[in-house]
Design a protein around this ligand. Structure first.
Ligand code: S3P
Length: 430
């Protein structure tokens, strides 16, 4: 277990032009689809975070050859849907729910045996949400009590399904589409609100005739993926920390270059704007089928708002840092319909209430969200990350506006999604 610790001083002003690492969700999918494609793909702008490296290692264990060219670039020699080989050992998904859930869909349709495990946090997370629908397709899973990993999968022999998911989850949707695309027939997934659609967009880029409609997506298999060059944009979930930083520290202005603004991910921009935040989208363009822009953020007086409904999946990973923005906003912010926060890398409702609360924030848990009453400043102190990268980074952003220093325990988990986070934060303090 990593026990590194960081102590941060409050900031007076932030300024600069920065770039955040590649999008985590898109990086996972670029590695997966390149591995399943016929031919050689080049992936650039890739996130070298620990989560995506778990996906890369998994495919290397399944026989995929990879050339590691440059810091953010890989050349992947795809093996086609029929070319993967059984892994001789257990596949370790580390901290990554995306790796475990999407790989389960891929491997459920492969005619061999696989075992997936992960770190202590991932082994606590719910996997029934993919085991149950994949089992109705005929997949054979064994797992621990309550649908927890390690998971053993005897793949093959699947039939298509029409699945109405009770939750809006891109991991569930993608797992089923990735299983369905390998077998004869049409697999359809419906979800309550649209979750991130990177799988659908990128699969189309790899030549798969996948249909998206309001309420879900559909694929008819078996398909063929053709190798592509993929350029990964900057991660809006990583940019979100710097958006909130720029808003809450007085006299600040930051330009965050090359950020993905896919409408299924850009909820954080809409929410922060509704709170009164000054965020401008500059030079909107498209990169490998994904909309991208530079984001210009200026310090703003924020006000509390009510958040819920379809905005929740569009900002699901950003609520830890949105709760930091709310802690400095005038009035009350209420986050509802966000029960999913309880089963992320940690219970993020409990974690934010404990950490922000210990610095003096007026924050209380709701069964499906949080209620936060904003104030001018917070106290310094010592907080835990709970091994969750986004809790660690959210507390780092909160520390910019505390009265004294904040020490964050177990801080090395930021490597999961944001290598270089701490150095970048120091570089913009003026
Ligand atoms: C992800 C989907 C989301 C998100 C996670 C990444 C993905 O999870 O929270 O960080 O890449 O598909 P859910 O599908 O569980 O909502």
């Amino acid at each position: 277990m990593k026990t590194e610790q960081k102590t941060l001083q409050p900031a007076v002003k932030l300024a600069g032009e920065i770039q955040v690492p590649g999008d985590k969700s898109i990086s996972h999918r670029a590695i997966m689809f390149s591995s399943l494609a016929e031919g050689t793909s080049r992936v650039s702008g890739l996130l070298r975070g620990e989560d995506c490296m778990s996906t890369l290692k998994a495919f290397q264990q399944l026989g995929v050859e990879v050339e590691d060219r440059a810091a953010d670039e890989l050349i992947i020699h795809g093996r086609g849907l029929q070319g993967l080989q059984e892994s001789a050992d257990v596949i370790d998904c580390g901290n990554s729910g995306t790796t475990m859930r999407l790989m389960s869909g891929i491997l459920a349709a492969q005619p061999f045996f696989s075992v997936l495990t992960g770190d202590q946090y991932l082994r606590r997370r719910p996997m029934k949400r993919i085991i149950e629908p994949l089992s109705t397709m005929g997949a054979k899973f064994l797992c621990r009590e309550g649908g927890r990993a390690p998971l053993a999968i005897q793949g093959g022999g699947l039939v298509p399904t029409e699945y109405h998911s009770p939750i809006s989850s891109a991991q569930v949707k993608s797992a089923l589409l990735l299983a369905g695309m390998q077998i004869e027939g049409t697999t359809t997934v419906y979800e309550p609100h649209l979750s991130r659609d990177h799988s659908e967009r990128m699969l189309r880029g790899f030549g798969v005739a996948l249909e998206s409609f309001s309420g879900g997506a559909r694929v008819t298999g078996p398909v063929k993926l053709t190798a592509q060059d993929v350029v990964v944009p900057g991660d809006i979930s990583s940019a979100a920390f710097y958006l909130v930083a720029g808003l809450i520290v007085p006299n600040s202005e930051l330009l965050i270059r090359n950020v993905g603004i896919n409408p299924t991910r850009s909820g954080v921009i809409d929410i922060l704007k509704a709170m009164g935040g000054s965020i401008e989208l500059v030079d909107e363009r498209e990169l490998s089928g994904e909309p991208v822009a530079d984001l210009l953020v200026k310090s703003s007086s924020l006000r509390g708002i009510d958040i819920g409904g379809e905005d929740i999946p569009r900002a699901i990973d950003e609520f830890p840092v949105i709760s930091v923005a709310a802690a400095f906003a005038e009035g009350v912010t209420t986050i509802r319909d966000a029960r999913e926060l309880r089963v992320k890398e940690t219970d993020r409702i409990a974690a934010m209430c404990e950490t922000l609360g210990s610095l003096g924030a007026k924050i209380e848990p709701l069964e499906d969200g949080m209620r936060i009453e904003g104030q001018e400043t917070l106290n310094g102190g010592e907080v835990n990350s709970f091994g969750d990268h986004r809790i660690a980074m959210s507390m780092a952003i909160a520390s910019l506006r505390t009265s004294t220093a904040v020490t964050i325990n177990d801080s090395a988990c930021t490597e999961t999604s944001f290598p270089g986070f701490w150095e970048l934060l120091e570089s913009i303090k003026k």
